[in-house]
Design a protein around this ligand. Structure first.
Ligand SMILES: Nc1ncnc2c1ncn2[C@@H]1O[C@H](COP(=O)(O)OP(=O)(O)OP(=O)(O)O)[C@@H](O)[C@H]1O
Ligand SMILES: [Mg+2]
Length: 90
């Protein structure tokens, strides 16, 4: 389970129509136009089978990888608005 919680009045945590594959495994399309929003002060839990992409969502929010298409607005927005982003990959 992955849980993301955005606290405070800053921007939400958002993935907009994200397409992504790992550079080392370009043959596997992990996300195709995937969208997700965690509004400020709200929590979101992602539950899915192994390999469904829960940890990848965390990695993209942390900007460990660049997306092929779409947009990620999270940490940057949160840091610059003085908010706290809690992430847990369980
Ligand atoms: N570092 C990586 N390099 C290449 N492919 C990866 C990497 N990490 C994950 N993948 C692939 O990306 C897809 C999504 O995997 P991910 O680890 O995000 O799933 P998960 O939902 O977190 O699984 P689990 O419940 O086992 O933790 C899978 O096809 C996986 O094999
Ligand atoms: Mg995982």
């Amino acid at each position: 389970m992955l849980a993301a919680q955005a606290l405070g009045k800053g921007g939400s945590v958002e993935l907009r129509k994200v397409s992504f594959r790992y550079p080392t495994r370009p043959e596997v399309q992990v996300f195709c136009q995937f969208s997700l929003t965690v509004a400020p002060g709200c929590s979101l839990a992602l539950v899915g089978q192994s390999g469904s992409g829960k940890s990848t969502v965390i990695s993209l929010i942390q900007r460990f990888y660049d997306v092929e298409a779409g947009q990620v607005s999270a940490l940057h927005t949160m840091l610059h608005s003085g908010c706290i982003l809690l992430l847990a990959a369980l």
